[in-house]
Design a protein around this ligand. Structure first.
Ligand SMILES: [Zn+2]
Ligand SMILES: [Zn+2]
Length: 942
């Protein structure tokens, strides 16, 4: 069998389809992993890396005395499978293969993934022939050529990848542990440090400092408005920026009519067609369409794997001679951009444009297949369109502008204006993503005199440098040799997810800044790009077989040891510095009650809230949702009214939840419940807030004297307010309990909103568990709950609610469990079932049961049943069971209806007993007759 190993499942599928030609491809699933077979060939897809590098066992404990952070530098590493099922399947297939072709992506990472697969194959099949297919697009032509010309794996290239992996692991792990331990942080809160990540973060921090240091300078700009052929034209003073206000004003005052045309300069300007896309220029162009770097790469990879565009990780901006440009154009004729393709073919430039970087691995990013909006979705299609039209633009002719510059004189002051007209639109015809703005001027003649409609002197300020956008940062990283085309966008995404940077353009958070500065002051090699550049050049040397992997790793180890020499000497200072400064990021402002500091507090588990620094003297606090809803952080916005920082809940993979000013939020979210207190009115509410009383709970828990004083109430009114608040508080508690119950028992479903259901139920008068337990299934169905679900929910509600009532009555939890297990959960049942039956069903002693029954009867205001001696019960039961056809279950039902002996049965009214026991009246009369006869016979026998 010929086994082909692709990088992903989807590429395995496409490769099989292409190589099968007309043959049918059979898809088979083994341990959840798909394989695709035709003839004697099977393809299987990996999931990128299926093994990962980790330290050998022993290094798991961060606080170990023996295995210190520094010891990680020299720790031995091992490869551990991360995708066990894929690894198992790959090896199972490899055992039976007589040829294995590695068809992973064609770059360092892909070569390394290929080598990992190679090692897994070799471990189970020592002699199988293994070759390598390399391609830049998953199109029939590329794939067929690649498989007809397979070569060997490039072990030098894979080694470079391995070296990078090991070095990144050793840098990241040792430094992250060191800094986190020094700052006493653990769990979710660790401070990560990385080889590429830290210098990148440092660039963002430096830019922020430049912005903060920046002192704006004032300058003045002088301009005028003239008119020609009823068209208004702006001209500006040729001085540009006046630094001196007086000189600017002088020039303004000298500007007098007429405005004389002194010179007309005409010219043309060539506007070169853009060069082909490499990864960086592609990311920049996609950013203009609103795609983040990570998103742009994810979509491009999907398009690549589906054969629509070529491999998107490339540094090349020159089309190789081997690329069949005509072939691509012919293919694209069938795309939705047929008209643009036809135009390009008709106007094609002799040679395509070329950029500055040429490499041999991949061609620049270009379209390879035909996609439609319906087929791939809106976002993917916008990216496809961008890549396709960019390709056309690189084949389209240059554009030509006619330029015009007019110089004027007004009272000796020189002015100028410029115009531009696109005379040959060239590539702009097919590429709308780069704006071509024309300024068309009327015709002027030298010496012509014009009026001046307005002279304006504007005061302006110089601007600080701009923050980095994601795409600008990627460009800068490339210039500095930080990271690779495959990793740059991932590094930025990591900085965001680790809360080191935020926003777009990017700015550092306080933690990001503090960690960077701590490293800069103590081991600046870690935050400078130099060391990372050195390592990148070492990678290149490994690829070219000029150095070995082990040699490079060894050198990297000594660099890191040098950094640790500095770090360890300053451990205390670094730790204290980070801790003191990061505490600040949780402070929100002054406590409204006492003037202390309000700060976000995270407790163990998932609790978080806002509390006062003067606790316990000041108990003011604001509750926050549990961390499952998001980790609370402060933002830079500040409430104008309360002067507190805004709070935001951030959660991985979810949109952040902006709470805004915590105090404003606190006030609005408690407004409704406060108005439920009957004697609360607008004026009283206002007074309460001015005294920092914001919640029902605060009123309910206050001493009446405090309310008297704070709200200027008479003693009885204060007491009344407190009692009412206690009632509302209890109501709120029950309501929230009911909401929680619904959330726990209704399965979440798409399009279903709990708050909608809860609102609908409230409308029908169901707002707590006791209402729900008594509710009608129809009410629930009206609120949007399905029939079966409503029935189950009602059942659960009754069990839960009655359980609570029984607990309140005083039934111990252990006994309650036994009752519920026996199906007894309604207090009423304690009266309708005899203690004997309760005892029998639950296995509890009759004495215990009697005690419980007495408690329930007291609660229900019913007389407790008279205790009947056991002997009498047994005797009565025996007699009843002796009646022909009177079974145990019938006897039990009679007992529950109060009939426990023959005498009672004979004395009972058959209709009444039937209603109470559920046994047919006719049958009861029959039992009575039989019993009578039996007794008579017994008498005769005596
Ligand atoms: Zn306080
Ligand atoms: Zn506020």
């Amino acid at each position: 069998m010929h086994l082909i190993v692709a990088e992903k499942n989807i590429s395995a599928h496409r490769i099989a389809q292409i190589l099968a030609g007309g043959q049918k491809v059979a898809e088979k699933k083994d341990v959840g992993v798909s394989t695709y077979s035709f003839g004697d060939t099977t393809t299987v897809g990996l999931r990128g890396h299926v093994v990962e590098v980790d330290f050998e066992p022993g290094y798991e404990n961060w606080r170990s005395e023996t295995y210190t952070p520094r010891s990680l530098i020299d720790a031995k590493t091992i490869k551990v499978p991360t995708e066990k099922r894929i690894v198992a399947l790959l090896q199972k297939l490899a055992r039976h293969a007589d040829r294995v072709t590695i068809a992973t992506d064609f770059d360092t990472e892909g070569e390394l993934i290929g080598k990992e697969a190679y090692e897994l194959v070799r471990a189970v099949n020592r002699n199988v022939k293994v070759d390598r297919a390399r391609f830049s697009a998953i199109t029939p032509q590329e794939i067929k050529t690649a498989f007809a010309n397979t070569t060997d794996l490039d072990f030098a290239l894979a080694s470079a990848g391995e070296a990078r992996q090991s070095i990144d692991l050793m840098w990241g792990a040792s430094l992250t542990r060191f800094i986190s331990l020094a700052a006493r942080r653990g769990g979710n809160n660790i401070l990560s440090v990385g080889r590429v990540q830290s210098p990148t973060l440092s660039m963002i921090v430096d830019r922020e400092k430049e912005i903060e240091k920046f002192v704006p300078e004032k300058y003045w700009q002088l301009g005028l408005l003239t008119e020609k052929a009823s068209e208004q034209i702006e001209a500006r003073h040729t001085n540009g920026r006046f630094k001196d206000q007086k000189i600017a004003e002088l020039a303004r005052d000298r500007t007098k009519e007429p405005l004389v045309v002194t010179e007309i300069k005409e010219g043309t300007k060539q506007d070169r067609s853009p060069s082909p896309f490499d990864t960086t220029t592609y990311i920049v162009a996609a950013a203009r369409l609103g795609f983040s770097a990570a998103n742009a790469m994810r979509i491009a990879e999907e398009l690549y794997m589906n054969g629509y565009i070529s491999y998107p990780r490339t540094d090349n901006t020159v089309y190789p001679a081997s690329l069949d440009l005509n072939g691509v154009l012919v293919t694209l004729r069938n795309s939705p951009f047929k008209k643009d393709v036809e135009w390009t073919i008709a106007h094609r430039r002799p040679e395509p444009t070329r950029g500055k970087k040429s490499s041999t691995d991949h061609p620049p990013i270009h379209p390879t297949g035909v996609a439609t909006k319906e087929g791939i979705g809106d976002d993917a299609f916008r990216i496809y369109e961008l890549v396709l039209l960019r390709f056309l633009a690189t084949l389209a002719p240059d554009a030509l502008w006619q330029t015009l510059k007019i110089n004027f004189d007004a009272g000796g002051e020189p002015y100028t204006t410029t115009g531009g007209r696109l005379i040959e639109p060239g590539w702009h015809v097919v590429y709308p993503f780069s704006e071509a703005k024309e300024t068309i001027l009327p015709t002027f003649i030298t010496g012509e005199k014009l009026p001046i409609r307005k002279v304006s002197l504007d005061e302006k300020e110089t601007m600080p440098p701009a923050r980095y956008t994601q795409s600008k940062l990627i460009q800068r990283m490339e210039e500095l040799g930080l990271g690779t085309k495959s990793t740059r966008h991932e590094v930025i995404a990591k900085l965001v997810s680790r809360k080191y940077v935020e926003g777009n353009p990017l700015r550092p958070t306080l933690v990001g800044r503090v960690v960077t500065e701590a490293l800069e002051h103590n081991a600046d090699a870690i935050t400078k790009p130099d060391m990372t550049q050195t390592i990148e050049s070492h990678m290149q040397q490994i690829k070219e077989s000029k150095r070995t992997r082990d040699d490079v790793i060894k050198e990297s180890r000594s660099m890191l040891h040098a950094a640790f020499d500095q770090l360890e000497a300053n451990e205390r200072v670094i730790g204290d510095d980070i801790r003191d400064r990061t505490a600040e990021e949780l402070n929100l402002g002054h406590c409204p009650v006492c003037g202390g500091t309000l700060a976000i507090k995270h407790l163990r588990g998932s609790t978080q809230f806002i509390g006062c620094s003067r606790y316990p003297e000041c108990t003011f606090n604001i509750g926050l949702p549990v961390t499952q809803w998001g980790w609370a952080v402060r933002t830079d916005d500040i409430c104008e009214k309360h002067h507190l920082h805004f709070v935001r809940l951030v959660r991985k993979g979810a949109r952040p939840w902006d709470i805004g000013c915590p105090l404003c939020h606190h006030i609005t979210s408690n407004a409704e419940s406060l108005t439920e207190i009957p004697s609360m009115n607008e004026a009283l509410l206002e007074k309460a807030r001015s005294k920092h009383i914001y919640t029902v709970a605060e009123i309910a828990h206050s001493e009446p004297e405090r309310l008297e004083k704070a709200l200027l109430l008479a003693p009885d009114a204060a007491q009344k307010l407190k009692t009412e608040a206690e009632g509302v508080l209890e109501k709120l508690r029950r309501r929230s309990e009911c909401r929680k119950f619904m959330r726990n028992h209704l399965i979440p479903r798409k399009g279903r909103s709990y708050s909608k259901i809860i609102a609908a139920l409230k409308e029908s008068g169901v707002s707590d568990l006791s209402d729900l337990a008594k509710a009608n299934p129809v009410t629930l169905e009206k609120a949007g709950i399905g029939e079966t679900e409503a029935r189950d929910l009602l059942f659960e509600a009754r069990v839960t609610y009655n359980g609570q009532v029984l607990k309140e009555i005083g039934i111990p939890a252990v006994s309650l469990k036994k009752y519920i297990a026996a199906g007894i959960n309604d207090p009423a049942e304690f009266v309708t079932t005899t203690p004997e039956n309760l005892s029998k069903k639950t296995g509890m002693s009759i004495g215990t049961v009697n005690r419980h029954v007495a408690l329930v009867c007291e609660y229900l205001h019913r007389p407790a049943p008279v205790k009947i001696p056991r002997a009498r019960i047994e005797k009565g039961r025996k007699e009843l069971l002796s009646v022909k056809g009177l079974t145990e279950s019938v006897a039990e039902k009679f007992a529950n209806a109060g009939v426990i002996s023959g005498d009672e049965l004979l004395a009972a009214d058959s209709k009444q007993l039937s209603a109470a026991s559920g046994i047919d009246a006719e049958k009861i009369r029959n039992y009575q007759t039989l019993l009578k006869k039996k007794r008579e016979t017994a008498v005769i026998q005596i």
